[in-house]
Structures are given as C-alpha cells and as structure tokens.
Design a protein around this ligand. Sequence first.
Ligand SMILES: Cc1ncc(COP(=O)(O)O)c(C=O)c1O
Length: 454
Amino acid sequence: MKPNVDIKALDNAHHLHPFTTHHELRETGPRVITHAEGVYIYDEDGNRILDGMAGLWCVQLGYGRQELVDVAAEAMKNLSYYNLFFQTTTPYAAKLADLISQKTPEGLDQITFASSGSEAVDSAIKLIWYYWNLKGKPEKKAIIARERAYHGSTAAAASLSGLPFMQGIFDLPLPRFHHVAPTPHYYEYAEPGESERDFAMRCAKALEDKILELGPENVAAFAGEPVMGAGGLMLPPEGYWAEVERICRKYDILLWSDEVICGFGRTGEWFGCQKYGFTPDIMTMAKGITSGYIPLSAVALSNTMAEPIINADTEMAHGFTYSGHPVAAAVALRNIELLDELDLVGEHGARTARYFQAKLKTLDDHPLVGETRGVGLLGAMELVKDKHKKERFSPDGRAGTLCRNNCFNTGVVMRAVGDTMFLCPPLVITEDEIDALFDLVRKALDKTAIELGV
Ligand SMILES: Cc1ncc(COP(=O)(O)O)c(C=O)c1O
C-alpha cells in the first residue's frame, strides 16, 4: 500500500522522533511502515519484513488480531471514556485488576494503572516513597538500580535507568538514584576463570556494599529487570536473584521487579520473577499487557506494601486521566485471555521457546558470533571480531548497526545495542516462521561478516 502523499517528506519536515539523531535521520529519511499482519510488517515499497522484535518487545499476539480489534471497537462504542478518580470504577478496570492479580505471584494483589512503562515506573517510585513515609521511615528514599538498566524515559525513570547517554544531556539523574556495577552479565563482566555462581555472588555483593555505603536506613528499594532488556539483553547469572532477594530482606529494602519486557509470557512464565524464583514487593508492567495494541501499564503492590496505603488518612494523590482507560483495559483483558486460550504461557509456549532457543544455538558456529544466549522467546548474540579471543570490533556499535541495517534489507527486524543483536519475536510465531526468521538472520550475518572482513 503506497501512500499517496510523500510521507518521508512530511516526516522530515515536522517530526521529532524518540531516541534519534535527527540530522542523520533527515539525511536518509525514515523507513515508512504502512501495515502489519501476524509476525510481518510491510513498508511503503511493499517489502515484507519478519518482525523479530515484536515491535518494541510488546506484540505478544502478533499484528492485526481481529479479537482485539473487536473488543476495542465494542468498548469504544459502549464506554469510550471514563475515569477512575472520585470513587468511580468501570467493569473493564475492575475485571482487569482482578485478572492481573490472579497472574502475579501470590500476595501481589493490589493493582494501579497508568498508560506507559515509564509512567508505571514513575508511579512505583512515588508509591515506594509514600510507603516509607507512611511507615514512619521518611529517610528511606534512595533507590538502587544496576548500571545498564533500562527503566524508561520520564525524568524519574531515566534517572533510575543506568544509561548515562540518556541522562547527561538532560542534567539527570535526579538525586536519590544510585547504580551498582558490575552489571550481572557473565559474558561481558566475569573475570577470567570466575564461575557463573561466583560472578553472581560478586554482583549481589556489590548491591550489599552499596546499601551499606548509603546506610540501610536510607535505602528504600532495589529495582531490577529479571532479564535486563534494552541495555543489552543480559540474563541473570545462576543464583543472582535468590541472593539479591536475601539481601533486600536482610536490610528491609523493597524488592522491585520491572516486568515491562519480561511480563506476559516473554520468558515462559507470566512474569520474569516467577521464572527466576523470587518474590518482589512491587512490580511494574506494560507492553505485552495489551500486546501493544493500545497503551496501558500497571503496578502491582504486595498486600503488605498496600496495607498502609489503603489504611492511610491521606489521599493517594496520584493517577492519570487515562489510568485504566476502559478501551485499553478491555483490550488487555482479551489479550490476557487469548494468551491463556492459545496456551502461549503454557506447554505450547514452552515448545515454541525450545524450538526458538535450539535454532538460536545453531548460530554459535557463525564466525561473527561470539556468544548466543536466551530464555523463552528472548535471544541475543554478540558480534565479535575474534570469537576465540572475545575480541570486539572498534568502535563499538559499528558492526551492530551494519548488521541491523543488513537485517532490515534482508527482510527481518533485529535490534542492535552496541554490537549485541537481539531477537524478541511475537509469542504466536510458528515453527515454520522461526525457521524463516533464522534463515534471514543467517543471511544478514553472512553479509555483515563479508563487509567486516571476518
Ligand atoms: C524494563 C522497562 N521498564 C520501563 C520501560 C519504559 O516503557 P515505555 O517505553 O512504555 O515508557 C521499558 C521500555 O522498554 C522497559 O524495558
């Protein structure tokens, strides 16, 4: 479907994009995506591209599902808008809070809504501070995250993130946010000869050291993505989360699982914390909650954390015009039902994930690939100059950008951060489509290797 106006020209004239170097974009012009179906997106030149990234890690059910279109249209006709302020609710929001509370780990039963992952993160930060104020410990305000974490891009969420390139230009981070290293990523940060378990303990110890440095009486929470996503798709080393949970309990620090990517089946369980066997006090979720069809996010609080908030005499003076929007809540409800009906977080999903992970492993033999790693329907590969010496290309990011562009031109979307390539396909992907995905990825890798002289 070729639009009959020059979309590239319009875009170049008036549109500032997220996370973009604009003079570069305006030289080349954007790629125009016009429609999508199943696991495929289509550009204005009619190219069909297999979306190996489920949009931005969110399209669990694939594109264009009629069931979601229908519930959105019905809800929009029935109750196009109403808010949840002033002691009011809607059947959609009430049912969704109930359904999410059935999926979260036991004891995390109190749900509040927002529209984006960053808003959920911002909400969680405020609720954590509010909780400690209500508990009579107002000095507990520091929030610790990891270097290379991604928690979103509002002022507070960018401060919590551990990515300096999104902070310095905006005079962030705000006070009260602290970051620990090493990032728990065995391939990159383990010492030669260090076992995975020893490395996990060293990463957890870094958290404990930071808590002691700040004073446990000043530390409110530790935030982490179960699998670190946008900062480089890094899987937790064995034993890491259990040790982190133990440390948080020891010092009376809230444990916050940011499930914006890992939630809704991405790692094989409903939430990443269930996959890695820890129980947080607070969870943030977005993306897969509606398969990206419409913006919606949520925060789940443990009953213990919610109790002082529910019993407080002060109003929880927080929320948004679109918190739990009825149309978004209707889509989320049907989306979660479909994840169940299609068994995408059950045996069917597990079979697909096994197939995907086995295919990912076959890339280990590629001369450009230093490591593959993955869980559920998440996969990553490191592009290296010399896989035996683990030697990287210089400058970092050149190989990744080249590979990402080769992927697009070959007909598959992979994302690059530095020289790490990611895959995160829709959960509905079939085994045949996984075969097609990896054929295209291998082709793009071959082309990249030739261009890099590997
Ligand atoms: C773990 C995590 N938290 C928060 C966010 C922010 O979500 P949003 O882009 O919807 O604001 C993201 C986005 O990728 C994320 O991966």
